[in-house]
Design a binder for this molecule. Structure first.
Ligand SMILES: Nc1ncnc2c1ncn2[C@@H]1O[C@H](COP(=O)(O)OP(=O)(O)O)[C@@H](O)[C@H]1O
Ligand code: SF4
Ligand SMILES: [Mg+2]
Length: 308
């Protein structure tokens, strides 16, 4: 039933461009995200997967309203049934929508760790609980970020996001650099947060991580979404998947024979016409050189004119 559990956040046709100066001080625009659509529901983990440079972090920053000042974005973001405007993003940031950023450079170097984790809305008691959960020693509360090891700093970032009562938690590649047992605990905790009714967007380039905790998987390629599928579709394999790139990701997994996909993801500014995957796609035809829209298919979404 389409209206059952509507998305907490729905993004339709998001595009992000950066304006920059070219030769002779002429202004140029570089489109890095184009026509990207995703949706995430309360009680679910949406994994956003894609290789480096596919637009995952920019999507997170666009939702939070923290894109750089030379970024121009367009498209629609609907959060709890209302347009997510820039003033609303600022109001909800850290309160209803929390980010675990990809880089530890997001920690304030001049503020003690305990204060940062508590943030504007957390209590001392909640701070102690998350410290315990993420194996942070009580003494760490009085340290500054430069005192922390890389792994500790990452755990502090996660603690900062999960202490809030946020309905939507966006975790941007939260596990690299962590001890495997802490990484597993973190992933389990993100799942638990979803089971408690929050919505979690887990950004990762690791498909096997997505398999472990996600309900839905959004596949990014060259700054756009090419498929939105259930994790079950990915478990079933190629016949249940809608897009040739998703099938290639599946085939590249070690358990499926490690079959590499020749070629490279295109760079922003050098995108091919029509389907961005066409230069690597074994099924391309002349039709694929026209614009290909994202469409609903078999309970998911796909951007491929030949998917059926
Ligand atoms: N401030 C910026 N100015 C220009 N291009 C940018 C900027 N930030 C990111 N990009 C470009 O946007 C694309 C997507 O970046 P990003 O979202 O960080 O990728 P991902 O997180 O998937 O690795 C990349 O090609 C990157 O070079
Ligand atoms: S639209 Fe064409 S080129 Fe693109 S993925 Fe589908 S078949 Fe391949
Ligand atoms: Mg990133």
């Amino acid at each position: 039933m389409p209206n059952e559990n509507p998305p907490l956040l729905e993004i339709k046709d998001l595009s992000v461009k950066f304006s920059r100066y070219g030769q002779g001080l002429s202004q140029q625009e570089l489109e890095v995200i184009s026509n990207l659509s995703v949706r995430v529901k309360a009680g679910q983990v949406l994994a956003v997967i894609g290789s480096s440079g596919s637009g995952k972090s920019l999507l997170a920053h666009a939702i939070l309203g923290i894109l750089p000042s030379n970024a121009i974005s367009s498209g629609q973001m609907i959060y709890r049934g209302e347009e997510l405007t820039q003033p609303r993003k600022m109001e909800l940031r850290g309160r209803e929508i929390a980010l675990v950023p990809q880089s530890v450079s997001y920690l304030d170097p001049l503020m003690k760790v305990g204060e940062q984790v508590k943030g504007l809305f957390g209590s001392e008691e909640a701070r102690r609980r998350v410290f315990q959960k993420y194996a942070l020693q009580p003494e760490a509360a009085d340290m500054y970020p430069f005192h922390l090891s890389g792994g500790m700093a990452r755990r502090v970032l996660v603690a900062t996001a999960v202490i809030s009562e946020a309905r939507l938690i966006i975790a941007d590649e939260p596990t690299p650099g962590l001890h495997p047992s802490i990484a597993q605990e973190m992933v389990r905790h993100l799942r638990e947060l979803a089971d408690q009714g929050r919505a979690v967007m887990l950004i990762t380039h690791e498909l096997d991580l997505a398999f472990r905790i996600a309900d839905q998987i959004a596949v990014f390629y060259g700054g756009t979404t090419v498929e939105l599928a259930s994790v079950e579709d990915f478990r079933q394999g190629p016949h249940a998947l809608r897009h040739p790139y998703s099938r290639a990701l599946w085939a590249a997994l070690p358990e499926n024979g490690f079959q590499p996909l020749p070629g490279f993801q295109p760079y922003a500014g050098q995108l091919p016409p029509g389907c961005l995957f066409a230069p690597r796609c074994p099924q391309k035809t002349g039709e694929c050189l026209d614009y290909v829209a994202m469409r609903e298919l078999k309970g998911g979404m796909v951007r491929c004119c030949h998917a059926s």
